[in-house]
Design a protein. Structure first.
Length: 150
């Protein structure tokens, strides 16, 4: 039977060295993860789903690129809401394939602007061909690579 939830200790073990135990706790509280079972009451454990671990690993990568909390919150919030169907499949254990792309807009007045950025997700196994005419790519994350070992 495939594993569906992870304890905080198991999550931290998977996320090291990208995020420390304290960072996992902090980002779990600060950024709405798609499926986190919150610990309520005494003796209850916080449980993380596969989708939560994908989100946290992505957050760790964004931190590594120097993104601040405000930008990370904007990127993850847009990814969770705009690509809900993809996240639902991840909760059920579907194979992870896709590229999270963050563009820095030349004009901050662009539609869908998030902190001067545009966030797109390509649910494909091949890297996207990027149109650089109107925007400058900040980074492209291969989500499949981030989740090896899950």
């Amino acid at each position: 039977m495939e594993k569906t939830t992870w304890t905080k200790k198991e999550a931290v073990d998977f996320l090291k060295p990208t995020l420390s135990e304290r960072q996992v706790q902090f980002y779990s509280e600060e950024i709405q993860l798609p499926d986190l079972t919150r610990a309520t009451g005494r003796g209850k454990r916080r449980l993380y789903s596969r989708a939560d671990l994908i989100g946290l690993r992505t957050i760790g990568e964004l931190c590594g690129y120097g993104m601040n909390l405000s930008k990370i919150r904007a990127i993850m919030g847009h990814w969770y809401s705009a690509y809900r169907g993809w996240w639902e499949k991840q909760k059920k254990g579907s194979p992870t394939a896709g590229y999270l792309t963050v563009y820095k807009r030349f004009s901050k007045l662009a539609l869908g602007d998030r902190e001067g950025m545009t966030v797109k997700f390509y649910a494909t196994e091949e890297p996207p061909s990027l149109d650089m005419a109107a925007e400058q790519s900040v980074l492209v994350l291969n989500v499949g690579e981030l989740t090896k070992g899950l």
